[in-house]
Design a protein around this ligand. Structure first.
Ligand code: SF4
Ligand code: SF4
Length: 246
């Protein structure tokens, strides 16, 4: 995203709309014969399009430039309306993780794990997520192949991301995978290590099928690990294709 300095009227209306404070406002400076104006810090901008789509600019000085690789990744991970080629849905994760369990991925005896790096106001460089991926792969974790972040891995043996994507800053990116529930404690311990190494905030999403007797095995594992949790339900009647399990 860019601001045309000649057209900008210096009203400041766009500044509060940026979730990562990438719009810098310069006050009028008579000594330098300079009018007030706003400019976008290209390094800090995650290309979420909020400033543009908010339509608050009275002079239409904010313009949506055509983005090239790898900068286009900023938009792919930060604009919730941008559709990923891998998932065919907008957003940073697969449909199963975000809204609908449409393929029966979370089977009995398994837990789904999502590590959501970054947040509005903070963001994350894709290279930070690589630290987590490189910790998980040696443990035998198989990352969700359709996840947009998985598709940026250059070396599946080591978890190295493509070199040219590592410095791209995005609002948020999710590492997605499933593991047998027997591995829960091992995974929780590793996530604590990852937390000490990552230079951003992240939240941990865990998914577990509720048993016929309303038992949630994952809750016992969380209590065993001494982790605080909040149980939330997602019920999508008729939208998924549950796996047949005799
Ligand atoms: S595109 Fe998003 S991150 Fe970039 S300046 Fe606009 S609001 Fe801020
Ligand atoms: S809203 Fe438009 S005119 Fe006002 S500071 Fe931002 S870019 Fe400039």
């Amino acid at each position: 995203m860019k601001i045309d300095q000649d057209t900008c009227a210096g009203c400041g209306a766009c500044v509060p709309y940026c979730p990562v404070e990438a719009i810098i406002f310069h006050k009028k400076d008579p000594a330098k014969r300079r009018k007030a104006f706003a400019e976008i810090d290209r390094e800090a901008c995650v290309e979420c399009s909020v400033c543009f789509k908010a339509k608050v600019c009275p002079t239409e000085a904010i313009w949506d430039e055509s983005l090239e690789w790898p900068r286009i990744l900023r938009r792919a991970f930060s604009d919730p309306f941008h559709e990923h080629k891998g998932t065919n849905v907008p957003g940073r994760g697969t449909e199963e993780m975000k809204t609908n369990e449409v393929t029966g991925r979370f089977r009995d005896g398994f837990i789904g794990v999502g590590l959501e790096f970054g947040r509005p106001g903070v963001g994350v460089r894709l290279g930070e997520t690589e630290k987590a991926i490189k910790r998980l792969i040696p443990m035998g974790v198989v990352l969700e192949p359709l996840n947009p972040l998985t598709q940026l891995i250059e070396n599946p043996q080591t978890g190295d991301l493509k070199k040219d994507v590592k410095n791209e800053k995005v609002l948020s990116a999710i590492v997605e995978f499933i593991v047998p529930i027997e591995k829960a404690q091992e995974i929780f311990a590793l996530i604590k290590v990852i937390a000490s190494e990552i230079d951003t905030v992240f939240s941990l999403d865990l998914i577990n099928k509720v048993g016929p007797d309303r038992d949630i095995p994952l809750v016992r594992e969380l209590e065993k690990a001494g982790l605080d949790y909040s149980v939330n339900g997602k019920v999508n009647v008729g939208l998924g294709r549950p796996l047949y399990q005799p």
